[in-house]
Design a protein around this ligand. Structure first.
Ligand SMILES: Nc1ncnc2c1ncn2[C@@H]1O[C@H](COP(=O)(O)OP(=O)(O)OP(=O)(O)O)[C@@H](O)[C@H]1O
Ligand SMILES: [Mg+2]
Length: 232
């Protein structure tokens, strides 16, 4: 069956120059801080930027950005509210602070609905915070938004490295461009060929405060990594 919403989705994304999905194949490895801080960096550099939190069970970008008392407006669809000049859309707006118990087809349906109703307008960048793993959400995003590029995150662990390789293979097969692979050093630093973000013991205290976040070691490292990759 053809879902009429998929053609609306194409229209909704037609005025966005680049769409970057921040993915990683494990939970708790820094995808959300990376997606949120990258949006802050882009907005600080004068780019128009949107942030879409697609982690249905663990939406957390609103906490990282300290977004309080904001809500999307209904106007021929849904207009995302702004946080630090970032257009921000999250399932958390609709879940009343509770985890959303969605499975299989329901996840796909909720994603299609959110992509179809959100009016981003003109954007230089849309950053998508993905849930862990290559699952329905990941495949749906790639299928529904054909401009998607991947920014992959990993951590210094043998198991994570193995999963990373297998997942990168899959994205290559699906012909989705991978713009960079970042190793987030949650525990210790060991040199590899990947872009490194060091462990930052001040990061946790900065969560919820965009200005403080931009001054962290984490943000400076991410800016150094992303500036050449995105030609900022
Ligand atoms: N380089 C770092 N230094 C210090 N703390 C970090 C670093 N990277 C991430 N963290 C912390 O680790 C925790 C998990 O990060 P985050 O929520 O971004 O992970 P995630 O991959 O999005 O998790 P999930 O899979 O649950 O969505 C956060 O509290 C964050 O502040
Ligand atoms: Mg997350």
């Amino acid at each position: 069956m053809i879902d009429p919403r998929t053609s609306i989705i194409k229209k909704r994304f037609s005025n966005i120059k680049r769409i970057i999905a921040v993915t990683g194949w494990k939970g708790g490895i820094g995808k959300s801080v990376t997606a949120s801080v990258l949006s802050l960096i882009l907005s600080k550099k004068g780019k128009s930027c949107g942030l879409l939190d697609l982690d249905f069970t663990g939406a957390s970008d609103h906490i990282i950005l300290g977004a309080k008392n904001i809500f999307p407006k209904e106007e021929k669809g849904i207009v995302p509210p702004e946080v630090n000049r970032i257009k921000f859309m999250s399932i958390s707006f609709f879940s009343d602070g509770k985890a959303v118990p969605l499975r299989g087809n329901n996840v796909t349906d909720a994603i299609i609905e959110m992509l179809a109703i959100t009016r981003w307008g003109r954007l230089d960048y849309l950053i998508i915070d993905m849930p862990p793993g290559i699952n329905d959400t990941a495949l749906d995003v790639v299928r529904l938004i054909d401009k998607t590029e991947i920014l992959a995150l990993t951590i210094p662990s043998v198991i994570a490295k193995d999963v990373l390789h297998r997942s990168l293979e899959l994205y290559k097969r699906l012909k989705v461009p991978i713009i960079g692979i970042i190793k987030n050093n949650l525990s210790y630093l060991k040199k590899t060929g990947l872009h490194d973000i060091p462990y930052d013991d001040k990061l946790e205290a900065a969560l919820g405060f965009p200005d403080k976040l931009l001054k962290t070691k984490f943000s400076r490292s991410l800016e150094n990594i992303m500036s050449p990759l995105l030609k900022l």
